[in-house]
Design a protein around this ligand. Sequence first.
Ligand code: DX5
Ligand code: ZN
Length: 221
Amino acid sequence: MGIRIAPSLLAADFARLGEEVARIPNADWLHVDVMDNHFVPNLTLGVPVVEALGKVAEVPMDLHLMIEDPDRWAPAYVEAGAGSVTFHVEAATAPVRLARELRALGARAGMALRPATPVEPYEELLPELDMLLVMTVEPGFGGQKFLDLCLPKVRRARQLLDKHGLELWLQVDGGVSLETVERCAEAGADTFVAGSAVFGADDPVAMIDSLREKAEASRAS
Ligand code: DX5
Ligand code: ZN
């Protein structure tokens, strides 16, 4: 079972994005949080910045769209260079159509669940996706405390994936750190977003390695 570490750029210095991206050469993905001030009460960046990041990033970009109307806006992020695009199911009008469109454009399609959104209603939809994101904080801000109450959902999501023999990646995002990564991995996550833990570390490369080691050890046990 592969483990993937995706540092979230939200915790980086936005005045020096190019240099910040260069600090995480051993990451598997670069997690980029797009917020529109409507779906969440925060505003970050959009297509032009993603395009610019794509020119300097050494690893593929994992877009997390915390925006209203992803049906309309998500495809542009594939064209901007994203390798993976995740939309929130709470905001999507036609998640199946959108996932198919993202895949047809050549990206991995991801679907995210807020902490209060259950996974069970989407069981039949899972084969349309390449990744399921179980949020472990309320989306909108970095540096929040990990919500343990989301772990049973990670476990149930893993059971659904196993039941159907699906190869989707199971991502957790929010409050992931050396303190919480093992719990997430034990519950069945294999893809870990970490913002403040990585960009707040003195040595982001060593932090990525440590997170990966802990996750690998917990997945194996
Ligand atoms: C929160 C974002 C996360 C955030 C994680 O809405 O989706 O990606 O950057 O930050 P940390 O790891 O600091 O909780
Ligand atoms: Zn995110």
